[in-house]
Write a new protein. Sequence first.
Length: 445
Amino acid sequence: MLSSRTIENKDRNKYHEATKHSAISVQIDPNYVDATTQPAAFKRYPKFFRRFPLELNNPLHRFLSLTSAITFQKQYRDGIHSLRVQPSAGALYPTEIYVQIRGINGMLDGIYHLEPDSRSIALIYELIDDGLEGYFSDDRPIKGCIFLVSCVYFRSSWKYKNRSLRYCFLDSGHHLGAIEAAACVSSYPYQLLFDFDRLALNDDLGFENKEFVAAVAIAGKAKDNKSVRKLRSPLPFVAATDYFEPNLFIEEGCKQTWVKNPEKQPIQVPKFPFESKRMLQAIQRRRSARKFHPSSIGLDDFLTVCNAMQQPISSENAAAFEIYAAVQRVTGMQSGIYQIGGGGNYCLKQGDFHDRAGYLCINQAIARDSAVVFFVVSDCRNYQVALQQAGLVGQRIYLAATYLNFGCSGIGAFFDDETQAFLETDLNVLYAIAIGNLFDRDRIN
Ligand SMILES: Cc1cc2nc3c(=O)[nH]c(=O)nc-3n(C[C@H](O)[C@H](O)[C@H](O)COP(=O)(O)O)c2cc1C
């Protein structure tokens, strides 16, 4: 008979269990889609909402733009895709950004929708005595910016079906990481919020069942002790895609995989070992490596990446994950599986596992030829937050690798159970991130 503890764990992991890849599952459903049926990748509010172009000589506008900018146009077989500062599983970009601005000279107090393709913000709601703070446990008015990351899940479920529940949250975490990086290079203090009245906010923003709020980033300070109330009138529904197919598993999963943070921790500020000007270039240059040169990276570079990714998360929610690494090609380090953190990196088993890593990541050569594959694992107690934090860590790894002039790629596709067994852990594997040397022709200097 199952103990009550096992039942609780089983229930908690239901969404992870149901979205596992295995050697059989990827054969049965290889995720082939007709590219011409891809839903629209950009949400546009109707023309009558006022728009403000983002002027890059204005520091606030530059900050806003940097959180979501298009940094490369790539030609695919089906047409041109706009790639952004943040990576996204399958380049499907389910996340949208809304920003509330309050008490900033020259800007109307309001909630704006960020439109990366037109490099502008659309004012969708003007504030009076209300605002996003009304949905937070600390409802004092924030002078500055409040970013809201939402997921338009159909953009991802169109291709990845139920597994896109994971990708939506990983992508949301990457977008939080892009906001973090933009805040760091713009010297804006910030914190991330995962606990708020998300269901009420979803309703009031008019998202219906098609878009859901995932997380908040606050770049500003509480102004006084007044309370801000919830939005005085709900916003109209505006479709974020040109057509929509519901997925009830994902809609349920978005609600069920979030739990209230049981213990608040004091906010800690991360200190990244990077120089601001070069970091800005790294944000703008970041891309996913499509191929690695199978050679070694330096130990110092590896340790710098480890340092960057382990910086504290500026949030009252404690880190809900651990990190393992398959170290394959690092000069001066024994190849093997390491546990990262806790004041050092501990070798759990020695050996040359690069072929195995390639196989586990569904035979992807980027995992086989990389220098290191990091694996983010979690007990999934707060599944939604753990996935977002894994995405945030992924963004830090991407930016650190780009800063150091080597390559990186997120890997969301792996054989779940076999990877977990390979790492010899009880924790579930949420995400893999590979780093390594690029071929000279792929370097962007
Ligand atoms: C959550 C997530 C999962 C990903 N999984 C894979 C993967 O399994 N294999 C791969 O080659 N790329 C993967 N990528 C990289 C995306 O394909 C890439 O971000 C996208 O094509 C956009 O390109 P860019 O990162 O160069 O801007 C992943 C990215 C993210 C954020």
